[in-house]
Design a protein around this ligand. Structure first.
Ligand code: SME
Length: 150
């Protein structure tokens, strides 16, 4: 099933969150299955000076299961607390390569007040796959996930 309608996706996600069961993995699976341009979806959790991979969904596992906060696009977003959109990962020298097929990436911090607790990381096999719509949608989702990061 492909939902490119962010409003109905949001409604489905609200339902997952209200169920209060395996929220992070169910949200990750939902995103992966319902958006064509989301080809790898994962949630990293901040632990000390590192980002540690939590639930993820994609064709392949990543070798980057622990990323120091000063490394990669993931680290940049965690350090600044701001969403990173990279339209072409091959032109960004911060990029830590996971999959040969990845062309673009979005990383959205999950914050409580100003503190970054974790982040949503999505890779796409399409160049320039992420728009303002994805940013708004995922930032809203990050707010909803805040209380599920432990
Ligand atoms: N590309 C990320 C590393 C995580 S993988 O995309 C799953 C980065 O540059 O931080």
């Amino acid at each position: 099933m492909i939902i490119l309608d962010y409003k109905s996706a949001k409604k489905n996600i609200e339902r997952i969150i209200l169920s209060n069961q395996d929220v992070l993995s169910n949200v990750v699976n939902f995103l992966y299955e319902n958006f064509d341009h989301y080809n790898w979806v994962g949630i990293y959790i901040v632990k000390g000076n590192n980002l540690v991979l939590g639930p993820w969904k994609g064709k392949q596992a990543t070798e980057h299961t622990k990323i120091p906060i000063d490394k990669g696009i993931c680290g940049s977003a965690a350090a600044s607390g701001k969403t990173e959109i990279v339209a072409d990962v091959n032109t960004d020298n911060r990029y830590l390569s996971c999959f040969i097929s990845t062309k673009s990436e979005i990383v959205v911090p999950i914050k409580k007040d100003k503190k970054v607790l974790g982040e949503i990381d999505i890779d796409s096999d399409k160049r320039n796959a992420f728009s303002k719509k994805d940013k708004v949608f995922l930032e809203n989702l990050a707010d909803m996930l805040r209380q599920h990061i432990h």
